[in-house]
Each structure stands twice: as structure tokens, then as C-alpha cells.
Design a protein around this ligand. Structure first.
Ligand code: FAD
Ligand code: NAP
Length: 548
């Protein structure tokens, strides 16, 4: 179909051949796949664009050794189809990346999703045509699509952060970012390797890399808290018992603050209501259970600094006990608030520093100065490597979205609107950008939750909203500025009542130089958030303007 130029921005002229679709979905991770499935079921004609050559998003890109989920397998999976959750079998307590990727592919095949997905295609721009109340979406295949709705399922942790180290391109050995790991096997045998970063990706990969390389040097800027996963083959009896009442188990998890852990022990009393012996016993129990649930030993460690200090010291003592060299152990002991940065979950991370072929370099006071053809220079020392691994994380929450040139009403771009930090209503919409939805966007529980559950909640809300518009013969939905301002204020207010804003985390955008510092996720918990979203819809989309 060829349309006239009316409503086309100058930049779009030359891309006159337009295909009309009901909805454009950007991204084929778990969010994009589920949005696609629901739209097709509701008789829409959507199209999905995905930069990668297959589905899976996070689990397609992050193939580094040791990559696995830190939410238990029986909980980190789709809930929307009872047969699907009965038929799929997980092999480990915490699923490894290849298995999660197989699951994504299985879902794509089972629900015949691929026919709607354009792989190897990046969305470059999305411009709102105010006259026709439609979006014009342009891809790097020089094609433009005209659509009423855009669903940005671009991911929160999908835009890698590679710090601008001097000489970064000059290195003559192999170099990889954990978030863009090659598809073919990487051989560490007999190699001298340097890894920069000690976040979750590094903490998962370091023990595996250390097993076969000649030497591994870890460059640490900030030590991190990590709790052992105690990963093991999935107990078949446990899996069967969950499957016997899977919907009830899912419902219980949806009532949990972060949408997981309903069957794990947890307490909500104050750490100051019990004596030292009870504290230690409880922390020890949570440590032995392993995983992210460690932070639910008491109700006040997330908001009370003194309570947090006690929990943090317990973890530091575990690190001191695991690492033989006391200087190395102290260097590995974090000093920020526990949970302020995402807590990591590991398998034998700290013990890895007891190996003779692993050493730790503190780059806090003396940053990496330069990457050279042979390695890197830090604190005046030239380290020679065959391989450098950047485990330096992501431009989180907004990175992938803002890489797309999104222009809303009155020519305002999302980049301009969010120059001082993201502003959304419910983390789903931003005023000035009608009919454009974000999944797990800033202002939603997102990365502070079991994301597959929150993805389903978001997508259900979005598709229900689109269907409401269609059934009511309405054309657009747009967040009102007042409602958005109130939501941003509420999100900040809740975050400021916690210890989250006390350190330089990626939740705040602090890991990317120049990025505005604003606490991005909604910290009020998934059940509260989901209830607010449901109320808003119930009250005829309170805080939104709906137009014919
Ligand atoms: P993604 O999976 O990130 O998918 C987004 C897709 O959009 C990507 O494939 C990307 O290529 C595509 N895309 C982006 N921009 C464009 C564009 N312009 N054009 C076309 N395509 C585009 N969450 C948990 O709850 N538990 C965990 O244990 C957990 N572990 C994680 C481990 C790692 C290593 C990482 C990085 C994240 C982890 N997460 C975890 C978060 C994880 O991102 C989510 O659980 C979930 O997979 C996100 O799905 P998504 O579809 O929203 O985004
Ligand atoms: P990350 O947590 O942001 O860690 C990046 C690391 O690189 C940090 O240690 C950071 O130090 C360091 N770094 C960044 N720039 C640096 C520089 N210029 N010089 C030296 N060090 C630098 O990234 P990630 O490990 O990829 O994890 C991101 C998120 O993805 C996690 O928080 C989690 O949500 C998710 N994830 C989950 C799992 C899982 O267990 N399932 C696994 C991987 C990732 P600073 O801390 O000082 O900034």
C-alpha cells in the first residue's frame, strides 16, 4: 500500500512504501512473544521486529559460561497456559541459560509465533502521525510500517554497557561482552584472561572460566553481595507436587512482593525483636536455603540501615570464611548497603579466589587506564592477556528504548522528554506518546520482580486496554500529565523510604556516565502495583485520556 505524504515527518519521506499492521511489537524476548501470542488470539494482525536471529531476548544474547536464572525454574516460566506449564520439564533447580533458550524456542514453535516475527531487523524510528493517529515505524530494512499501536518489548537489560576505555578497539586478542556472547563455543584453555566487573554476570562466569584457563585476573570496582544458589538437579517429586496445583502456586506467588518465593521461609518481624542467637540461626537457615530469599530473613533489613548492617556483616563473615587469603577476602567484602545493588546468586564464586590461577585487582581508586594491543594498563601495571571479558553490565531500563528515535505529539522526542530521567504513568505509557506502551518500563516493578510474571501482567493489561478501545470504538489512549507526575512522585517517594538510593546502582542509572540519576523501578511491590493497574482500568482508565 502506498500512502500520500500527509502526516509524514520529513525524515520518513523516501520510505513511502508502507505496510499496515494492527500493532508493532519491538523485541522477541518473553515480553514480545507473549504480547504477540495474546494479540493473535484476540484477532489482531501484529508484526514483531527482533534484532537477533531468534527468539529469547536476554537468554538469546547472554550465553556466557555459567549464565542461569536466579529465580527457581518452577517459578520463572510462563503461567498463561496450563498445558504448557504441565508439559515443560525443567532439569535443575535454577535453569541454565541454554535450557531457558530451548524453552523460549519451544514456546515459539508450540504457539506458531515465528510467522509473525521479522528477525535480523532493528527498529530505528517510531513517529506519531497526529493527523491519522497512527505510528510510523521504520526498520533498518528500509521498510516503514503504519500502525495504531506500538508495544515496546525492548527489554530492561538488553543494551550492553561498554565503558569508553581508552584504546578499547586496539586489543589484538579475543574480547567479549557477557551480554553479547558468541554463539560458538569460546575456548578458555591455556589462556590468560582478564575480566572487568564483578556484578551478577561476572559472578556466574568467573568460577567456570577459572576451571580451564591458564590465569584469570578479575578487575573489581565494587565488591558485591552474593548468596549461594545451592543449585542441584530439580527434585522430581517437588516438581510434580507443584504441577499438581500449579495455578494455586502461581496465585500465591503473585501475592508475593517480588512475585516469587511463596514456598520459601520468610519473616516480617524486626531484627531488633530477637536476640543474637535467633538472628544467626535465621540467617544461617536462609543462607543454607540459598538464593535471593536471603533478604527475607527479617522485615526491616530493606529500610533500616542498622538492621541492614547486621545482615550485611553476616554475609561478609561468610566471605571471610570462604576465602583463604584475608587481604583478598577483605577486598571481596562489600561495604554498600545489602540489596542496594542487585544481590547476586552464585555457585562457588568466593571459593574461586582460593585457586592459584585467579587473582583480584581493586580498580576503585585506580581505574583501568587503557586497553592496549596486548592487554590493559591499570595503576601503571601492564597486564598481558589473550582474552578480555567485559562483564560491565547494561544501560538498564531505558537503554534500548532510547536507542530508537521515538517522536510523539508536537514533534517531541522521548529522548527530549526523558532528558532528566524517565517519566511514565504506571511504567506503561508516557504522556505525549499515545498508544505506545512499554513492557516492564521504568516506573513498573520490572527488574525488582520475577520478571516473567510481571511481563504477563503488563502484557495482559496492555492487550485488554487495546481490546477495550476496539470494543468501545475508541481510537487512542494517552497518559495525562498530572497522573504521570503523581506516579513519578509516588515512585520516588516509595524509593526514598528504602535504602535503595544509597549507592551507585544501575537501578539509578549511576553505572552509565552522564545518565540522569533517578530511581527507575517501582519499589512498592508487585501485588500493590498490579492492584493499582487493575483499579485504573476498572475506573475507565483513570489518569488516561481516551479519544474517539
Ligand atoms: P529481553 O529478553 O531483553 O528482550 C528484548 C528483545 O528486544 C531483545 O531480544 C532485543 O534484541 C530486542 N530489541 C531491543 N531493541 C530493539 C530494536 N530497536 N529493534 C528490534 N529488536 C530490539 N529476570 C528474572 O526475573 N530472573 C532472573 O533470574 C533473571 N536473570 C537474568 C540474567 C541475565 C544475564 C540478564 C541480562 C537478565 C536477567 N533477568 C532475570 C531479566 C530478564 O531480562 C527478564 O527476566 C526477561 O527475560 C526480559 O524479557 P523481555 O522480553 O522483557 O526483554
Ligand atoms: P552489573 O551488575 O551492572 O555489573 C557490572 C560490573 O561491571 C560491576 O561490577 C561494575 O562495577 C563493573 N564496571 C562497570 N563499568 C566499569 C568500569 N569502567 N571499570 C570497572 N568496572 C566497571 O551487570 P551484570 O553483571 O551484567 O548484571 C546486570 C543485571 O542483569 C543484574 O543485576 C541482574 O539483574 C541481571 N542478571 C541476572 C543474573 C542472574 O543471576 N540470573 C545474571 C546476570 C545478570 P560497579 O558496581 O562499581 O559499577
Amino acid at each position: 500500500m502506498v500512502l500520500g505524504t500527509t502526516g509524514l515527518n520529513k525524515k520518513d519521506q523516501g520510505f513511502m512504501s508502507e505496510q499496515r499492521v494492527d500493532a508493532v511489537i519491538v523485541g522477541a524476548g518473553f515480553a514480545g512473544m507473549y504480547a504477540l501470542h495474546r494479540l493473535v488470539k484476540e484477532n489482531y494482525h501484529p508484526i514483531v521486529f527482533e534484532t537477533g536471529d531468534n527468539v529469547g531476548g536476554t537468554w538469546y544474547w547472554n550465553r556466557y559460561p555459567g549464565a542461569r536464572c536466579d529465580i527457581q525454574s518452577m517459578e520463572y516460566s510462563y503461567t498463561f497456559d496450563e498445558d504448557l506449564q504441565q508439559d515443560w520439564n525443567w532439569s535443575e533447580k535454577y535453569a541454565p541459560q541454554p535450557e531457558i533458550l530451548r524453552y523460549a524456542n519451544y514456546v515459539a514453535d508450540r504457539f506458531e509465533l515465528r510467522q509473525h516475527i521479522n528477525f535480523n531487523t532493528r527498529v530505528l524510528t517510531a513517529r506519531y502521525d497526529e493527523i491519522h493517529q497512527e505510528w510510523l515505524v521504520r526498520t533498518d530494512q528500509n521498510k516503514t510500517y503504519r500502525t495504531k499501536f506500538c508495544i515496546m518489548a525492548t527489554g530492561c537489560l538488553s543494551s550492553t554497557n561498554l565503558p569508553k576505555f581508552k584504546g578499547v578497539d586496539s586489543f589484538e586478542g579475543e574480547s567479549f561482552h557477557t551480554g553479547q556472547w558468541p554463539h560458538s563455543p569460546v575456548d578458555f584453555n591455556s589462556k590468560r584472561i582478564g575480566i572487568i566487573g564483578t556484578g551478577s554476570s561476572a559472578i556466574q562466569s568467573i568460577p567456570i572460566i577459572a576451571q580451564s584457563c591458564e590465569h584469570l585476573t578479575v578487575f573489581q570496582r565494587t565488591a558485591n553481595y552474593s548468596i549461594p544458589a545451592h543449585n542441584e538437579p530439580l527434585d522430581k517429586q517437588y516438581a510434580t507436587s507443584i504441577k499438581n496445583s500449579y495455578p494455586a502456586f502461581r496465585a500465591e506467588n503473585r501475592e508475593m512482593f517480588a512475585a516469587f518465593g511463596a514456598h520459601q521461609s520468610r519473616w516480617e518481624d524486626s531484627i531488633f525483636d530477637v536476640d543474637d542467637e535467633v538472628r544467626l540461626a535465621r540467617f544461617e537457615k536462609k543462607w543454607q536455603e540459598g538464593g535471593l530469599g536471603f533478604t527475607s530473613a527479617f522485615g526491616d533489613t530493606g529500610a533500616d540501615k542498622q538492621a541492614n548492617d547486621i545482615a550485611a556483616e553476616f554475609v561478609r563473615n561468610k566471605i571471610r570464611a570462604a576465602v583463604n587469603d584475608s587481604e583478598v577476602a577483605e577486598l571481596l567484602c562489600p561495604d554498600q548497603v545489602l540489596g542496594c545493588k542487585r544481590v547476586c546468586v552464585d555457585s562457588h564464586y568466593f571459593e574461586t579466589y582460593n585457586k592459584p590461577n585467579v587473582n583480584l585487582v581493586n580498580v576503585k581508586e585506580h581505574p583501568v587506564e587503557e586497553i592496549t594491543p596486548e592487554g590493559l594498563i591499570q595503576n601503571g601495571q601492564h597486564y598481558k592477556f589473550d582474552m578480555i571479558i567485559y562483564a560491565t553490565g547494561f544501560d538498564a531500563m531505558t537503554g534500548s528504548l532510547l536507542k530508537i528515535d521515538i517522536e510523539g505529539k508536537n514533534g517531541l522526542s522521548l529522548q527530549e522528554k526523558w532528558h532528566a530521567g524517565p517519566r511514565t504513568y504506571l511504567g506503561l505509557c508516557s504522556s505525549g506518546f499515545p498508544n505506545l506502551f512499554t513492557v516492564s518500563g521504568p516506573g513498573s516493578p520490572s527488574v525488582l520482580s520475577n520478571m516473567i510474571i510481571t511481563i504477563e501482567q503488563h502484557v495482559n493489561w496492555i492487550i485488554d486496554c487495546m481490546t477495550h478501545l476496539r470494543d468501545s470504538k475508541l481510537s487512542t489512549i494517552e497518559a495525562l500529565e498530572d497522573a504521570e507526575n503523581d506516579w513519578v512522585d509516588l515512585t520516588n517517594e516509595i524509593a526514598n523510604g528504602t535504602l535503595f538510593p544509597t549507592c551507585n546502582s544501575w537501578y539509578l542509572g549511576a553505572n552509565v556516565p552522564g545518565k540522569p540519576r533517578i530511581f527507575m523501578p517501582f519499589v512498592g511491590g508487585f501485588p500493590t502495583y498490579a492492584e493499582i493497574c487493575a483499579d485504573v482500568a476498572e475506573q475507565n482508565y483513570r489518569g488516561f485520556e481516551l479519544t474517539a
